[in-house]
Design a protein around this ligand. Structure first.
Ligand code: NAI
Length: 703
């Protein structure tokens, strides 16, 4: 028999219930069972007057055991475990540390007193997994912290720090003690001396918010939910339960929780959660030691160079930034300082840490000799092969052996960049996303000759920067931009055929994207796509359809937000943009002479085409081995391209939609355009075999 992860220890008048279930003390079936047994042991212990519930390791119970989700539930159920704690005739004090989330906080709410060690964070993040609290969180929290605080924490899923938790009444205090056990010992002594009896949250009256307050809160929740059902369901359940007796409220909450457990949104959000964790697990890199990185060189101090410098400095590393001349270097330093001051304003960085890193850890230079000591150099100069190759030749000449040489290119061939050096094994692509100090995605582009040790170093760097690394092979645009080009082209074709860019944006925002493709284009600047089209014009296949309307906008000086006008008009009145009444005339002119220019597209058709293009390109990327697993693609789209998390990523979405239906759609689209719409053989095969992309997720990535 395996030992229980929960122990009860009788120590005179105080009993200790300790949980030891590494790594995060999640509420597995064994922990639930152990808690019941420990409470029973405490109840039967005639000398103990107060029990202290605490956890060993790095955190109090961090939450449910997510791997049990979607499987049949095993007794004892969590709500019953918690009511056993709450109904204990003698007081139980929980002492929290680490991240006390979801079921962990619900267990603590079953106790009669709660202390939190400094640095503790509490929260009910169930909505971020498509769920809501299911073990009393939405019933007990409003009774303890009031309506507004409970709605805020439960519908946003955000975490509160110990100080805030004290202010909200969730926590009684922050002890000054060596560890949770010592804090509990002192508190228990106090309770015994004061002869305190258990205070049950279930016995507190439920708050009675005014109708207006409920209405305003509902509007806020619905607005920020943006298509997610869990926050709305959590809100409505919480509100309705306020008017019920405690036990009825508990049953009502549980049934809403179980309903949500069955939804595709829950499955998608859990998929996203695990995909992020698996993306960074690379079977082929097991046992390979990454190189140590302390000194980082960055070449080019433009938009990306500045953002990358900020990300690297924030991780505590040292940065030397090279620019073309002193003036450009000064501009880059000023831009970086402004960026870091923004982080200070947002409370992400202390003013002292900001000053210190800019003074002691950052310098600019114009001479590459300054990089002689660098462990890693990240190139972020203009997107031009000749310029980049010239930079890598210089790096090859000055950098020490063993330095990792990385390019932040968006599209260019990393093999061709590596080839100009005498050390292609040390060259890799590190494709950051803008703004690089904020976006979590890092595409790690492994070239033909990149050494596994260098790839391992890139994954370690991603982790040090707080980013999710995803491995990609070399191709035009790697995983993300290659897919984006394809689905943007599908959108452009619809515009050429009669759809309004505004309808396309609206349909995709309704689908759940943060922005539609034309809003994104305006934000990024329409000149970028224009330059790429110009570059490729000479080698373009004559069957390729050109979005002439996009070229016309740029030629008329309408570059998007930065010029106040692109697809939309941006001014003081509508800083977020409004449709331009003149656009339709331009489109009509461009469409004349195009085949099928009078087509109309329903929202459903717009989504079907956009998503089919995305999924089909994803399948080709898999087939070519550019991405090792469908989940890698999902993570790229989720973290780099605003794909709605509650849809799990494009490949997960495709599985839920049915690969057969998508393959049929592609065949239908190909009837009028068989140049653009060519079904990926992999997609066709999986569809024919009735399989899903998920069945390909078993691998652990390549080396
Ligand atoms: P940018 O034009 O803002 O900055 C480029 C900087 O490099 C300029 O400040 C320029 O003075 C400097 N530079 C040029 N040649 C140099 C040399 N030989 N030595 C030192 N400095 C030199 O460009 P941005 O947007 O920062 O892009 C840089 C790279 O990052 C490009 O390869 C781009 O494709 C890639 N990228 C851009 C993203 C974006 O959203 N802007 C996203 C991901 C990658």
């Amino acid at each position: 028999m395996t030992e229980s992860p929960v122990a009860y220890e009788s120590a005179g008048e105080t009993g200790y219930i300790s949980v030891d279930n590494p790594p995060v003390n999640s509420l597995s079936a064994a922990v639930r069972k152990g808690l019941v047994e420990a409470i029973d042991a405490f109840a039967a212990d005639t000398t103990a007057k107060v029990a202290v519930l605490y956890c060993k390791g790095r955190t109090f119970i961090a939450g449910a055991d997510i791997s049990e989700f979607g499987k049949p539930m095993v007794e004892p159920y969590l709500p019953d475990v918690i009511s056993r704690i709450e109904n204990c005739a003698k007081p139980v004090i929980a002492v929290l540390h680490g991240t006390v989330l979801g079921g962990g906080l619900e267990v603590a709410l079953g106790a009669h007193g709660r202390l939190a060690m400094p640095g503790t964070r509490v929260g009910l993040p169930e909505v971020t997994l498509g769920l809501m609290p299911g073990a009393g969180g939405s019933v007990r929290l409003p009774r303890l912290a009031g309506f507004a605080a409970a709605v805020d924490l439960i519908t946003s899923g955000r975490q509160a720090g110990a100080d805030e938790a004290v202010a909200l009444g969730i926590i009684d205090g922050i002890p000054d003690a060596a560890d949770p056990r010592a804090a509990g010992e002192a508190e228990a002594r106090r309770w015994i001396a004061e002869r305190r009896s258990p205070r049950q949250i279930s016995g507190l009256p439920a708050p009675r918010p005014e109708e207006d307050e409920i209405k305003a809160a509902r509007a806020r929740v619905e607005r920020s939910a943006r298509g997610q059902i869990a926050p709305v369901r959590a809100f409505e359940t919480l509100v309705a339960a306020l008017g019920m007796p405690f036990t009825e409220a508990m049953a009502f909450e549980r049934s809403a929780f179980l309903d949500l457990m069955q939804t595709p949104q829950r499955a998608a959000l859990i998929h996203a959660f695990f995909a992020e964790r698996k993306a960074v697990q690379q079977e082929g890199l097991k046992g390979i030691q990454p190189r140590a990185i302390a000194k980082v060189g960055i070449i080019g101090g433009g938009t990306m160079g500045q953002g990358i410098a900020a990300a690297v400095l924030n991780a505590g590393l040292d940065v030397t930034l090279i620019e073309q001349d002193e003036e450009a270097a000064a501009r880059a330093a000023a831009g970086l300082a402004k960026m870091q001051q923004g982080a200070v304003k947002r409370g992400k960085l202390s003013p002292e840490a900001c000053d210190q890193m800019l003074r002691d850890k950052f310098r600019t230079a114009v001479d590459y000799a300054a990089l002689a000591e660098a462990d890693l150099v990240i190139e972020a100069v203009f997107e031009n092969m000749d310029v980049k190759q010239e930079v890598f030749r210089k790096l090859d000449a000055v950098c020490r052996p063993g330095a990792v040489l990385a390019t932040n290119t968006s599209y260019l061939d990393v093999n061709a960049i590596a080839a100009v050096t005498s050390r292609p094994a040390d060259v890799i692509g590190l494709h950051f996303f803008s703004p690089a100090n904020i976006m979590r995605l890092l595409e790690i582009v492994v070239a033909d000759k990149t050494a596994p040790e260098v790839t391992a170093t890139a994954f370690a760097l991603a982790k040090a920067l707080g980013k999710t690394g995803v491995r990609s092979g070399v191709c035009d645009g790697f995983i993300g931009n290659r897919m984006m080009n394809t689905y943007r082209t599908a959108a452009d074709h619809m515009v050429l055929d009669g759809a309004s860019p505004y309808d396309i944006d609206r349909a995709l925002v309704r689908f759940g994207f943060a922005m539609g493709p034309y809003q994104v284009g305006d934000l990024a600047g329409l000149d970028i796509g224009y330059a790429a089209r110009q570059r490729k014009a000479a080698s373009r296949d004559p069957r390729e359809r050109v979005p002439v309307f996009a070229d016309r906008l740029v030629e008329a000086g309408r570059l998007g937000r930065k010029t106040g006008r692109g697809y939309y008009i941006y001014d003081d009145e509508t800083p977020q943009g409004r449709p331009d009444p003149e656009l339709e005339a331009l489109l009509t002119e461009v469409r004349a002479g195009q085949p099928g220019n009078a087509a109309t597209f329903s929202d459903e058709e717009i989504v079907a085409r956009y998503m089919a293009a995305m999924v089909n390109e994803g399948a080709k990327i898999l087939e070519e081995g550019i991405a090792a697993r469908p989940l890698d693609i999902d993570v790229v789209l989720l973290h780099g391209y605003g794909f709605p998390r509650w849809r799990g990523g494009p490949m997960h979405w495709a599985d839920a939609e049915g690969l057969g239906a998508i393959a049929q759609n592609i065949a239908r689209f190909a009837e009028t355009d068989d140049f653009f719409w060519k079904v990926s053989p992999l997609l066709a095969r999986l569809a024919a075999e009735g399989r899903t992309f998920e069945t390909l997720n078993t691998g652990e990535g390549a080396s």
